[in-house]
Design a protein around this ligand. Structure first.
Ligand SMILES: CC(C)(COP(=O)(O)OP(=O)(O)OC[C@H]1O[C@@H](n2cnc3c(N)ncnc32)[C@H](O)[C@@H]1OP(=O)(O)O)[C@@H](O)C(=O)NCCC(=O)NCCS
Length: 378
């Protein structure tokens, strides 16, 4: 029996939702390339795509959009928790707790039928921006901004955060980030969601677990850490010294490296690099883009590592006005599309996920009463 640390290359499930070619640097959702989707689609359309494995017809898209708008308002039960959560927890802990709490008032309750699970999925995806915005407005001691039914998903999120309708291009770019983050095959949080779903636990439990897995800095937490690094560097001229020191100390450069894309660029990073540049030019503030470019150059020269989705997403989200600690919650709100689709896919053809382990502990030990035990010689 061989042990694959980190389950590298282990195929844990069959999926029709997304596919990666790590050698070519390609990503597809249900057969559509991420470049096409980022350039032409909307998050609502992508949500439909990952759930139905086909693009929606006009009427289907309208129906889903209306459904999402109708599900944006959080119940009093969760909004009642928000002042405490805003005071006591990080945004990701708030999100994990709020999604867990949302199961208490979901109109479909513990109904596990495919129809109920689809409705729960759309509800959870629609609610996540509301939770994040409520939390952020609470902690800034600003009045809550109720969802605006006229705005699409991403634009409404920005509106609830700032109280102002975003400019069209800003809303488009934010929507593109939503699309880029929507799914990514068997990443750690999606695997977590599928493991929980495979026990036939409910949608909210699987989503809560997925958010918990995304929180860590080796996964979704990397976008926040990447921006904190850019802030510490402060100027492109300091990038080389900073990165060299990190490598000398054997520390990670957040937003670099990937299990699947090793020799080629992550296609999402390529798109986000362009968007960061555009936003920097529009803002007349190229600092974050230029520091990012300098870091990318040095990391590539010294270690041959390439940026992943989180590296340029950090400057894009900053340019779009998000607080740094909301970057990972935003990622979660987008990935909710993929998680919910994977959970439903797991339910549809389920076998409990139960891998093996290789035992490396002692064997054939003799039990002795506690009073006779001796300290082991070290
Ligand atoms: C994404 C990540 C978890 C993938 O992990 P992995 O597939 O197990 O990667 P590996 O450990 O096999 O990487 C190969 C080598 O590159 C190094 N490496 C990988 N990413 C690195 C990084 N960001 N900074 C410095 N070194 C890195 C590893 O230490 C390893 O070195 P070694 O061969 O000397 O031990 C890892 O690249 C990482 O921690 N990146 C930073 C966090 C991040 O950006 N996460 C977001 C992912 S979308």
């Amino acid at each position: 029996m061989s042990t694959l640390k980190g389950l590298e290359d282990v195929v844990a499930a069959q999926t029709a939702i997304s596919d990666i070619d790590g050698k070519l640097g390609k990503l597809w959702y249900a057969g559509y390339s991420i470049d096409d989707l980022a350039a032409n689609s909307s998050f609502e359309e992508v949500l439909f795509l990952v759930h139905h494995i086909q693009l929606p017809l006009q009427a289907e898209l309208e129906e889903l959009t209306e459904q999402m708008v109708n599900e944006r308002e959080a119940a009093d039960f969760v909004t009642g928790l928000m002042p405490t959560l805003a005071e006591q927890t990080s945004p990701m802990s708030m999100l994990r707790t709020s999604i867990s709490a949302a199961s208490a008032y979901d109109p479909d309750g513990w109904d596990q039928s495919p129809e109920a699970n689809y409705r729960k999925a759309i509800r959870v995806v629609s609610l996540m921006p509301t939770f994040i915005a409520y939390y952020d407005r609470h902690r800034r001691e600003l009045p809550i901004v109720e969802p605006n039914p006229k705005l699409p998903h991403g634009a409404n999120f920005l509106y609830m955060l700032s109280g102002e309708e975003p400019e069209q291009r800003v809303a488009e770019i934010f929507d593109t980030v939503f699309i880029l983050y929507a799914d990514h095959t068997m990443n750690a949080s999606t695997f977590t969601a599928r493991v929980v779903a495979s026990t036939l636990a409910d949608m909210h439990s699987a989503m809560t677990a997925a958010i918990a897995a995304l929180k860590g800095p080796l996964h979704g937490g990397a976008n926040e850490q990447a921006f904190r690094m850019l802030e510490e560097i402060g100027d492109p001229s300091r990038a080389e010294e900073y990165v060299t020191r990190l490598f000398e100390r054997k520390q990670l450069v957040m937003g670099f490296g990937h299990r699947v894309y090793r020799q080629v660029d992550d296609p999402r990073a390529t798109i986000l690099r362009g968007l960061a540049k555009e936003l920097g030019e529009t803002a007349g503030d190229m600092r974050w883009y230029e520091i990012s470019e300098a870091v990318e150059r040095v990391v590539r020269e010294q270690k041959g590592l390439r940026p992943n989705v989180d590296f340029y997403a950090a400057s894009v989200l900053h340019y779009l006005g998000l607080a740094t600690d909301l970057f990972t919650p935003m990622f979660a709100a987008a990935r909710a599309a993929g998680w919910t689709a994977h959970i439903r896919e797991q339910y549809a053809d389920n076998r409990i996920i139960r891998p093996d382990s290789e035992y490396i502990g002692p064997r054939d030990m003799t039990w002795v009463p506690v009073e006779e035990r001796q300290e082991e010689a070290s």
